[in-house]
Ligand binder design. Structure first.
Ligand SMILES: *[C@@H]1O[C@H](CO)[C@@H](O)[C@H](O)[C@H]1NC(C)=O
Ligand SMILES: *[C@@H]1O[C@H](CO)[C@@H](O)[C@H](O)[C@H]1NC(C)=O
Ligand SMILES: *[C@@H]1O[C@H](CO)[C@@H](O)[C@H](O)[C@H]1NC(C)=O
Ligand SMILES: *[C@@H]1O[C@H](CO)[C@@H](O)[C@H](O)[C@H]1NC(C)=O
Ligand SMILES: *[C@@H]1O[C@H](CO)[C@@H](O)[C@H](O)[C@H]1NC(C)=O
Ligand SMILES: *[C@@H]1O[C@H](CO)[C@@H](O)[C@H](O)[C@H]1NC(C)=O
Ligand SMILES: *[C@@H]1O[C@H](CO)[C@@H](O)[C@H](O)[C@H]1NC(C)=O
Ligand SMILES: *[C@@H]1O[C@H](CO)[C@@H](O)[C@H](O)[C@H]1NC(C)=O
Ligand SMILES: *[C@@H]1O[C@H](CO)[C@@H](O)[C@H](O)[C@H]1NC(C)=O
Length: 812
């Protein structure tokens, strides 16, 4: 007995030592994986362990790419039930893999893999992370037999070797399901799966409803996939026999790092890791066009993506409700002009389409096209037929009954049943032309009429100006695209409150996804905001002409009906203040990232002040107006308060001081005089905030009198400068760079504008290591002075219409 215990003790100890010296790819029942430990597949591709997604604090057991950063998780075990702390442990028992809380006692069960009851010999199980990313439990004696495998329970990611589809013997269905959000890997609304009804087809479901249909397999690919496949970096294989129906894919001409993902918002992408760019490149992105939306055109009509989504009825059909149809409401589709007689019907070939929904279809693999036609003729409810397999001239028979749903432009052909009298091959093209022509004609008439009526209404002069301006710009250089209101309504799910990211002085900001997968942020102007309208005008006028990697990109605008919308690229990491002023998130911005942000902001400003076609003073720089993209690049946003200068102008005055308290320079606050140096002042404040992680407005120094600027200056004078640096940077900070940044910050916030450097000198100072000038006492160094100055003199107004706004632009 004693011996046995010893043996057990030594084996544990040994495995412990082993795990700490080399990385393991497997565990046996005497071993376990605790939080912090990982398994690495034998070739080093995948790693298994505990992690926290996004901003979540929950711990999940997952598998990710070992060598790729930032972390990309491909599989999650306990996706519905996170651990609340790091006391999780993965063990292998006779019943399978389990995740427990705290391994030492009989901790409560968080997750378990089920081993099928027929699993065979479970006496010597071993769990192994394979090079494919598959976590398997196998019988130690018969290594080829998997008692359980993670590939049978996919989450939102599809990797080579995985099967998507059905094991018909056990009725196991493997589907991809979206996560709830980037922070929560729990099962979301969308499921990507094989629908077994009729001829099997691949669909994306939103709950119980079909959202997108990739279509049935035609021998080469899925009928709808032709729309998306422009790359040959992977090949798909579809297997359909008595035992299984599944699709899988493998990389071709690319690294093994290739994956398909179903996103929480209902999009699907296939991405591969590019060795050249060291980043993920998108190969396929669905939905790509509005026609991808399931049954957009209703029954018996074809959706064509170009130029704009246009639905047209199949030959022999007419809109069910012509009135709605003309208004671009196609959902009711088309109906037969004359009913089928059944006895003397013929067929009309329709070319260049994605086959209609096959969920109510019938098929036979051995029949040929002629037999197929005859079979269809015999059944009065058969409405169309085609080949099942298009290889080698075509084979098999696929038959539809009743309505034909979700036909899109594509590459396949099929035959629809029509009344024989109507059959007229030569007339077909003409008829199509006439139908299309009339739709275009009617649309033009309606649009013209609307425009005419709209013009007749007395318009708000500002809105009139805007429309003129946008029109003018479109003519000039097409800098600023206009979006159709319906596109934005679709993208934001009708401005649904779940897509609202924030709200500012002028109105709410929504996130959305365009049909091609581009994520956008939409600023929606309140109907009655005069200030907002002014800012909207400025933004439209200015930012469309500005393009720089450190400025946020305006994708377009939309002024239609009552709506005035600005559409930007979505910044997934929100804004700078969201990170640096939050106790947890500030840790995510290490020194390198912060320095990169400071330097990016400076470059953006040089562009604004000097290099752009216009000379632009931003006038409202603050941390919440510095947005961050997925790589934490700084992007200056919100040009609502900006002004342009003539090339010889250096200063301007205003009676109405706008901006944000804390970032306003003294000459502007007191005299209403602004210049590029007022932006420099704000930049200095931002630098000090970024380095210290403190808000200038909320800063309290130990003796309560100095503000952040005064405190920084005091520390600098006492040669204690580094004490200003954010605690959470302690491990990552480059002290020389931090000292330079603080000194540059102090130079920028000097009282007199002429003492402050211009932005191009700031960029030079950041880049080289020449000695810097000594800063003078900053403006507003104490709280009292700060407030007397701001409220002082001739009682000018200090306000910012967008005090709380853009900090939220970019939220997810
Ligand atoms: C974590 O905490 C939440 C809420 O306190 C609880 O519902 C959940 O069951 C906990 N998870 C585990 C694994 O204990
Ligand atoms: C971790 O969380 C679990 C459940 O929430 C709890 O039972 C356990 O005591 C916690 N462990 C530690 C070390 O906090
Ligand atoms: C722990 O689990 C073992 C086996 O499952 C069982 O025999 C034992 O009674 C459990 N102990 C406690 C304290 O629940
Ligand atoms: C796992 O086993 C439990 C209990 O036997 C059962 O309720 C559950 O459906 C099983 N899950 C899977 C995925 O087989
Ligand atoms: C989905 O279908 C199932 C079974 O038909 C039903 O119970 C469930 O309520 C449906 N869910 C929704 C959201 O319609
Ligand atoms: C791989 O790339 C080569 C050259 O680009 C091309 O000729 C070949 O067809 C590709 N292979 C596949 C399977 O796409
Ligand atoms: C398919 O068609 C062939 C030839 O007409 C016939 O022999 C076979 O029974 C059909 N199969 C099914 C499932 O109807
Ligand atoms: C026509 O096909 C449908 C669907 O397969 C079937 O239900 C119906 O009985 C058939 N009708 C005739 C007359 O064969
Ligand atoms: C086919 O349609 C065209 C145009 O509608 C017409 O001129 C022609 O006579 C028709 N042919 C037949 C055989 O009906």
């Amino acid at each position: 007995m004693q011996n046995k215990k010893d043996l057990w003790f030594w084996s544990i100890l040994f495995s412990f030592i082993l795990r700490n010296s080399t990385s393991l790819d497997n565990i046996t029942p005497v071993q376990s994986i605790t939080d912090g430990e990982t398994l690495i597949s034998s070739g080093g591709t995948f790693e298994l362990g505990f992690y926290s997604p996004g901003n979540s604090k929950g711990r999940y057991l997952g598998i990710w790419y070992h060598n790729i950063s930032p972390q990309v998780v491909v599989w999650v075990a306990n996706r519905e039930k996170p651990l609340n702390n790091t006391s999780g442990v993965l063990k292998l028992t006779g019943e399978g893999l389990v995740v427990l809380i705290d391994g030492s006692t009989n901790g409560s069960l968080v997750w378990s893999s089920n081993m099928s009851s027929k699993a065979g010999d479970k006496r010597n199980p071993i769990a192994q992370l394979l090079e494919s990313g598959n976590l398997v439990v196998k019988d130690g004696h018969n290594g080829d037999h998997f008692l359980w495998q993670s590939f049978d329970y996919p989450c939102d990611t599809f990797v080579p070797g995985m099967k998507l589809g059905w094991d018909l013997g056990t009725s196991l269905e493997r589907t991809l399901s979206s996560s709830k959000s980037t922070d929560d890997p729990g099962r979301g609304h969308y499921t990507f799966r094989i629908d077994l009804r009729g001829d099997p087809q691949i669909v994306l479901m939103n709950g119980n409803a079909t959202a997108i249909r990739v279509g049935p397999w035609n021998g080469l690919m899925f009928s709808g996939a032709t729309l998306y496949l422009r790359y040959s970096q992977f090949s798909s294989q579809f297997v359909f026999n008595e035992k299984e129906v599944f699709v899988r894919f493998r990389p071709e001409n690319t690294s093994k790092y290739i994956r398909g993902v179903v996103y929480p918002w209902g999009g699907i992408q296939v991405l591969h890791w590019s060795i050249q760019t060291r980043g993920w490149e998108t190969l396929i992105s669905i939905p790509e066009a509005e026609c991808d939306k399931y049954a957009l055109c209703g029954a018996n009509s074809i959706c064509s993506t170009t130029p704009t989504p246009v639905c047209s009825c199949l030959e022999g059909f007419a809109p069910k409700y012509p009135g709605k149809w003309k208004e671009s409401d196609w959902s009711d589709g088309c109906v037969r002009i004359t009913p089928l007689s059944c006895s003397r019907d013929g067929f009309q070939k329709v070319t260049g389409i994605v086959l209609p929904d096959t969920s109510a279809s019938w098929y036979n693999r051995t029949m040929n096209l002629l037999e197929c036609k005859e079979f269809c003729l015999k059944n009065c409810s058969c409405t169309a037929y085609s080949n099942l397999d298009i290889r080698d001239g075509g084979s098999g028979c696929l038959i539809w009954f009743h309505d034909l749903i979700d036909i899109r432009q594509g590459t396949q052909d099929f035959y629809i049943r029509i009344d024989d009298k109507k059959k007229n091959y030569s007339g077909k093209r003409k008829l199509e032309g006439i139908i299309f022509g009339s739709i275009v004609f009617i649309t033009i008439i309606i649009l013209g009429l609307k425009l005419f009526l709209r013009r007749k209404k007395l318009e708000d002069p500002d809105i009139f100006w805007l429309k003129q301006h946008v029109r003018k710009m479109e003519k000039e250089d097409a800098d600023l695209p206009t979006f159709d209101l319906s596109t934005i309504i679709y993208a934001t799910d009708q401005f649904s409150s779940s897509n609202e990211m924030g709200r500012g002085g002028y109105g709410p900001v929504y996130k959305g996804v365009l049909a091609n997968g581009t994520e956008i942020a939409v600023k929606r102007l309140c109907k009655n905001s005069d200030q907002g309208l002014q800012e909207f005008k400025t933004e439209v006028q200015l930012i469309a002409k500005l393009q720089h990697r450190n400025l946020v990109k305006l994708l377009g605008c939309c002024i239609q009906q009552e709506e005035k919308l600005l559409i930007y690229e979505l910044m997934p990491n929100r804004s700078l203040d969201y990170f640096i002023f939050d106790d947890a998130r500030r840790k995510l911005l290490d020194w390198t990232k912060r320095f990169h942000i400071i330097s990016g902001t400076a470059r953006g400003l040089v562009y604004l002040h000097q290099d752009s076609r216009l000379r632009v003073i931003h006038r409202d720089l603050k941390t919440s107006n510095i947005l961050l993209d997925e790589d934490m690049n700084a992007k200056i946003s919100d040009f609502g308060l900006a002004r342009t200068f003539a090339s010889d102008q250096t200063e301007d005055k205003t009676g109405r001081v706008v901006g944000t308290h804390g970032y306003i320079s003294p000459e502007y606050a007191v005299r209403g005089s602004f210049s590029m140096k007022s932006d420099v002042f704000a930049f200095g404040v931002i630098v000090l905030e970024v380095v210290s992680g403190r808000k200038t407005r909320e800063f309290c120094d130990p003796d309560q009198s100095l503000n952040l600027l005064g405190f920084a200056w005091k520390l600098w004078n006492e040669e204690r400068t580094l004490e200003l640096v954010d605690e959470s940077l302690r491990d990552s900070v480059n002290e020389d760079e931090a000292l330079r940044c603080i000194q540059i910050g102090l130079l920028c916030v000097q009282e007199r504008p002429e003492h402050r450097p211009n932005m191009s000198s700031v960029v030079r100072m950041l880049d080289d290591d020449k000695p810097l000038p000594r800063p003078r006492l900053p403006a507003f160094y104490s709280h009292q002075q700060d407030s007397t100055l701001i409220e002082g003199e001739d009682g000018e107004e200090v306000h910012s219409a967008n005090e709380v706004t853009i900090s939220l632009l970019g939220a997810r």
